[in-house]
Design a protein around this ligand. Structure first.
Ligand code: AHR
Length: 337
């Protein structure tokens, strides 16, 4: 069966053939060829509506991810791009299968947010061999730089550093904290772990007494926090959570345990989702470090530049800030995820 991606390719071949026919007298062109020539941009470059893009998404583990998926789908629709979207449901094997399918479909560009950092070399090499550029969106992959064209996403190490600076202030340089970490081997979990410790190494009186995987989900955040409370009880002065969803799960566990989140246990997390603003308004969260998921428009802008042979930076970091309870009420209505 011929897919739409293939049909677009065939139609481009037809345009090239039509250009060759231009050398013939005008009366030799049929109406279809004339119509196609009329739609060809004067500079011969592709436009958004020519693009067929495959996108392999991690899953739907958090509110952040939902916002990211929505941004990609809405931007594709608005720009008239044919998007082939595949949700990997948190399984790297599904992402590898999706990328192989995109290669077989001969898409113009492949976008991928790699669930984990490792294990991508072979499939990225297959895309490279097929002449299909790979753009990493949100998460990095640990591969040689020639296997992908560009990375669009946050500076996760800096997010970890920002969270640590806020934590140092909240604890006045002294206390015991627990950490809820994101999916093991994922770029944000690795980097947020690292960036946080980079700052804390100068504050020896702040002790990280436990660091456990909460897989970036609310359910795991709650479950793991319950276990940590059973183990350490009111020894815990603070919680550092690699995302807001896990922090929100943990807030419930802290309340059920009979302590006041945001007060008995200071909490700093990452993402800046709408629910985090509500938690700050309610006095249960002390700060959220922004991680921007609204990457759709920038991703397709990059994709178009890449197919038209333009030079693009290897890494395009997102611009982000930190939010506190003081202005949460004022900011919440403008948050889009
Ligand atoms: O890769 C970005 C991270 O993935 C977000 O911080 C987290 O919420 C998501 O699941």
């Amino acid at each position: 069966m011929i897919g739409r991606a293939m049909i677009k390719k065939i139609s481009h071949t037809a345009i090239v053939l039509s250009l060759l026919i231009l050398a013939l007298p005008a009366c030799a062109l049929g109406p279809a060829q004339e119509a196609e020539l009329a739609t060809l941009p004067a500079d011969g470059k592709k436009t958004y509506s020519d693009l067929v893009v495959g996108f392999s998404q991690v899953g739907a583990e958090s509110e952040w991810r939902t916002g990211n998926t929505q941004s990609i789908k809405e931007a594709a629709e608005a720009l008239g791009i044919e998007l082939i979207f595949a949700d990997a449901q948190q399984k790297p094997g599904n992402q590898i299968k999706a990328i192989r399918t995109f290669i077989a479909q001969q898409v113009d560009v492949i976008g991928v947010s790699p669930l984990v950092e490792t294990g991508w070399e072979s499939v990225f090499q297959e895309a490279k061999d097929a002449g299909i550029p790979i753009i990493l969106v949100d998460r990095r992959a640990s591969v040689p730089e020639d296997l992908y064209t560009a990375h669009l996403g946050s500076d996760f190490i800096e997010e970890g550093r920002r969270a640590a600076r806020v934590m140092v202030n909240l604890l006045d340089g002294k206390g015991s904290l627990v950490e809820l970490a994101g999916t093991p081997d994922s770029a944000p979990a690795n980097d947020r772990y690292k960036g946080f410790r980079e700052i804390l190494k100068d504050y020896p009186e702040i002790k990280i007494i436990a660091s456990e995987n909460g897989d970036f989900t609310r359910a795991m955040g709650k479950e793991v926090m319950q276990e940590l409370l059973e183990q350490y009880g009111d020894q815990i002065d603070a919680l550092y959570s690699h995302n807001d969803d896990m922090a929100i799960g943990a807030i419930r566990a802290i309340e059920e345990y009979g302590l006041k989140p945001g007060d008995d246990i200071k909490i700093v997390s990452i993402d800046a989702i709408r629910d985090a603003f509500q938690a700050m308004i309610d006095g249960k969260l002390n700060a959220t470090v922004e991680c921007n998921p609204l990457l759709g428009p920038q991703f397709f802008d990059l994709a178009l530049k890449v197919v038209n042979g333009e030079q693009v930076p290897k890494w395009i970091p997102s611009l982000e800030s930190v939010y506190f309870p003081e202005n949460a009420k004022e900011v919440l209505p403008s948050r889009r995820y």
